[in-house]
Design a protein around this ligand. Structure first.
Ligand code: SDX
Length: 422
C-alpha cells in the first residue's frame, strides 16, 4: 500500500489502515471500523463531496485548470463557447465541432414570449436581477417538462444546450424589464457574447455596435467564471441534482446559492463597498475597521486559495484594456490602494487573504455599463457550463442522493406536557 493512515478504535483496540488516494481517504473504510461515528465538518472545510474530473485547484500554489488546461492558457486564447464545450464534454472543440456547437447554442437562444409577458412582467419594478434570474431559470422547468428524464444522456444534452443558450437571453430580458426597454430576441448573426451585449443595450431605433475590446473582455470574464470545482453554488447543484430534480430547478438552486455576498454576490458587494468608502483618503480608516472586525474586505479571501486567485490577476490586467475604451473607472484607484494596504498588512497576510475573482470584476462590469444588480447575473452566465457539467457528471457516475448526517446537540427525550402544564 502507498501512502496511508492507520486508525485505532480505542474502545475495542481494533485498527484499520486506509490508503490516502489523491489527497483523500475513503469514508466507507472509516465506516467499516467506526459505524455511526461521523466527521463533524459543517462547512465541508475538510470534506471531499465528489470525485470529479472537471476542474483542478491547488489553493497553496494558486493553480486552476479546466480539464487539465491551465486557466492562464485558456484565458485569451479560447472563447467562452469553446471553454463551455471543454467543461461539459471534456475536450476543446475542433473547428467543425465549434461551428456545430455554436449553431446549436444560437438556435436555442430565444425564449418563449410568455416568459416576457407572464413571468418577467410579474415582478416589481425594483426587483433585483438575481431574484428574476433564479425565478426565470426555475420557470423553464415548466416550459420543458421533458427535462425530468435526467437518466437519459440524450435528454441531458438537450437541456444543457438550452440552459447555456438561454441564460444570456433571460439575463438581458431581466435587465430590459428593469429599465423599461422593449424585450429583444437574440440575433443569430452575432456570436454568443456579442449577442448578449446587443440584447442588453440595443435600442429600437439603432442597432448596438459591439465594441470588440469590450466583447473580448466580457467573453474572457465568462471563461474565468466557467467552473471552480466544488464551490458553494456547484455543491448546491450537486446536492439538488442528486435527488434527480430536473436541470432547470437544479441550476436555479445553484444560482440562488451564488447570489449570496460571501459567494457570487461579492462582485456587487465590492463596488458598493468602494462607493461607501467614498474616497481614497478613507481607505486607511476602512482597513482599520476591517481589522477591528467591523466589516469584511469584500473581494478578498477564499476558502481554497491561500495565494493570489489566478483569475484575479487576469481580471486586473483585463480591466486596464477595458478602461482604455470606456475611460478609467474612478473606483479603481481606491481598489488598488485597498489591495496595496491589505497585502502589506499582517492581519491579511497572517490569514492568507488575497484578492479573489470578485475584487476587480465589478469595476469592469460597471465601466461597461452594467448596473451593480446585474454583476452576479454575469457571474451566473459564466458559471452555467460548470454547474451543468457537474450535474451531468454526478448522473453519469450514478451518484447516490446527498444525505449527510449530523452531530445532535439538542434536548434528550422528554414527555409532551398538557397545554395547561406548559
Ligand atoms: C467566490 O469557493 C469558490 O471557489 C468560490 C468562488 C468561485 O469561483 O466559485 O471562487 C467565487 O465566491 C469568491 C469569494 C467571494 N467572496 C468574498 O469576496 C466575500 C469576502 N470573503 C469572505 O467572506 C471569506 O473570505 C470567504 C467567504 C470567501 C471565505 O470564508 P472562509 O473560508 O470561511 O474563511 P473564514 O471566514 O473562516 O475566515 C478566516 C479568517 C477569519 O478571521 P479570524 O476569525 O481567524 O480572526 O479570515 C478572516 C475571518 O474573519 N477573513 C476576512 C475576510 N475573509 C476572511 N477578514 C476580512 N475580510 C475578508 N474578506
Amino acid at each position: 500500500m502507498g501512502e496511508s493512515i492507520t486508525i485505532t478504535d480505542n474502545r475495542t483496540g481494533e485498527t484499520i489502515e486506509i490508503p490516502i488516494d489523491r489527497g483523500g481517504i475513503d469514508a466507507r473504510a472509516w465506516g467499516s471500523l467506526l459505524p455511526g461515528i461521523w466527521f463533524d465538518d459543517p462547512s465541508f472545510t475538510a470534506t471531499s463531496g465528489a470525485d470529479s474530473a472537471i476542474t483542478y485547484l491547488d489553493g497553496a500554489k494558486g493553480l486552476l485548470r479546466y480539464r487539465g488546461y491551465p486557466i492562464e492558457q485558456l484565458a485569451g486564447s479560447t472563447s467562452f463557447l469553446e471553454v463551455a464545450h471543454l467543461i461539459v464534454f471534456g475536450e476543446l472543440p475542433n473547428r467543425v465541432q465549434l461551428t456545430a456547437w455554436s449553431d446549436e447554442i444560437a438556435s436555442e437562444a430565444p425564449i418563449h414570449e410568455n416568459f416576457h409577458k407572464r413571468i418577467l412582467e410579474g415582478f416589481r419594478d425594483d426587483a433585483h436581477a438575481m431574484g428574476v434570474l433564479v425565478s426565470g431559470i426555475a420557470a423553464m422547468s415548466t416550459f420543458w417538462p421533458d427535462g425530468k428524464d435526467v437518466e437519459d444522456p440524450v435528454c441531458r444534452r438537450t437541456q444543457i444546450i438550452r440552459l447555456i443558450a438561454k441564460m444570456p437571453t433571460l439575463a438581458a430580458s431581466a435587465y430590459r424589464r428593469s429599465v423599461g426597454t422593449p424585450y429583444v430576441q437574440p440575433d443569430p448573426d452575432l456570436d454568443y457574447t456579442g449577442n448578449f451585449l446587443s440584447m442588453m443595450f440595443c435600442q429600437r431605433d439603432r442597432p448596438y455596435e459591439v465594441d470588440p475590446v469590450l466583447r473580448d473582455a466580457l467573453d474572457l470574464l465568462f471563461v474565468l467564471h466557467a467552473d471552480h470545482e466544488q464551490n458553494c453554488s456547484t455543491t448546491a447543484a450537486r446536492v439538488v441534482g442528486s435527488a434527480h430534480a430536473d436541470p432547470y430547478l437544479t441550476v436555479a438552486s445553484a444560482a440562488a446559492a451564488l447570489s449570496g455576498p460571501r459567494h457570487g454576490g461579492a462582485n456587487e458587494a465590492v463596488v458598493r463597498m468602494l462607493e461607501n468608502i467614498g474616497s481614497y483618503d478613507n481607505v486607511d480608516d476602512f482597513i482599520a475597521g476591517v481589522k477591528a472586525g467591523d466589516q469584511k474586505l469584500m473581494g478578498f479571501g477564499h476558502r481554497v486559495y491561500k495565494n493570489y486567485d489566478p483569475r484575479a490577476r487576469i481580471v486586473k490586467d483585463t480591466a486596464h484594456r477595458v478602461f482604455e475604451v470606456t475611460g478609467r473607472n474612478p473606483l479603481l484607484d481606491m481598489a488598488l490602494k485597498l489591495e496595496e494596504v491589505a497585502l502589506a498588512d499582517e492581519y491579511f497576510i497572517s490569514r492568507n487573504l488575497y484578492p479573489n475573482v470578485d475584487f476587480y470584476s465589478g469595476l469592469i462590469y460597471q465601466s461597461m455599463g452594467f448596473p451593480v444588480e446585474m454583476f452576479t447575473v454575469l457571474f451566473a452566465i459564466g458559471r452555467t457550463p460548470g454547474w451543468l457539467a457537474h450535474w451531468d457528471e454526478l448522473l453519469v457516475n450514478e451518484s447516490r442522493i446527498a444525505r449527510p448526517r449530523q452531530t445532535y446537540s439538542g434536548r434528550p427525550e422528554r414527555t409532551v406536557p398538557h397545554t395547561d402544564q406548559r
